[in-house]
Design a protein around this ligand. Structure first.
Ligand code: MD3
Ligand code: FE
Length: 209
């Protein structure tokens, strides 16, 4: 199932919501995340302003998103180990391509999966994803574990965000105008999920290079 949540709202064009699209693969996806994390552990990165982010992150693929005092960017090596990021698992590439095709982006080949882990209380403030080279490629997001309210703004930081409740197995595809909109995640509530324990995981598949 997929749907345009807000067909009459030009601000929201480009977003395809696929509730439960990854439900049949949840357990395998979580296992694969744990394998990635063995080679490239979750870490809380610092913003250029010096604040530690509340979500912990890692990456797999030929590049990875990093943040430190020098800024936000993609880097081919994990700064913690100096090694290349773990390879993108086949199930990641396949799920991203299948979801993107449903959203109208046949042929999507992600070169990175950014993996975010939110423990209860963790959040992500409103931001844009603008460190990728080619904004004509979509971003595919997959939620696993504890639920959270996703905050969906507009082209300006001051646009009042809508709230969308995301649960484990939900997939979204962001393309077109939506690709550059402000978005964030409200603080994750306390809870325990059968697959992830007290955590929400979010995978974002990107073409960064
Ligand atoms: C809309 N992650 O990693 S996923 C991020 O739940 C990020 O961890 C959130 O925002 C999370 O950058 C939200 C949904 C998402 C991801 C990327 C987008 C929405 C997006 C890029 C452009 C527009
Ligand atoms: Fe983002």
């Amino acid at each position: 199932m997929s749907q345009n949540l807000f067909p009459d709202t030009p601000f929201l064009h480009g977003l395809t919501y696929m509730p439960g699209f990854a439900l049949g693969e949840e357990a395998e996806l979580v296992r694969v995340v744990l394998a990635v994390v063995k080679a490239a552990p979750f870490r809380r990165m610092k913003t250029p302003g010096g604040k530690e982010m509340s979500a912990a992150m890692t990456n797999c693929g030929v590049t990875g998103w990093v943040s430190d005092a020098k800024g936000y960017r993609y880097a081919r090596r994990d700064p913690l180990s100096g090694e290349p990021w773990p390879e993108m698992p086949d199930i990641f590439r396949s799920l991203a391509a299948r979801a993107a095709a449903v959203g109208g982006f046949a042929g999507f080949v992600p070169d990175v999966a950014l993996i975010n882990r939110y423990e209860p209380g963790a959040k992500m403030t409103l931001h844009q994803d603008v460190d990728e080279q080619d904004f004509s490629a979509p971003i595919v997001s997959v939620s696993l574990g504890l639920p959270a309210f996703f905050l969906w703004g507009g082209p300006r930081r001051t646009d009042k965000p809508a709230r969308l409740f995301l649960e484990s197995g939900d997939v979204l595809v962001w393309g077109g105008a939506a690709r550059k909109f402000f978005h964030g995640v409200a603080p994750v509530k306390q809870g325990v999920h059968r697959l992830t324990g007290a955590a929400r995981l979010n995978l974002t598949f990107r073409q960064a290079l």
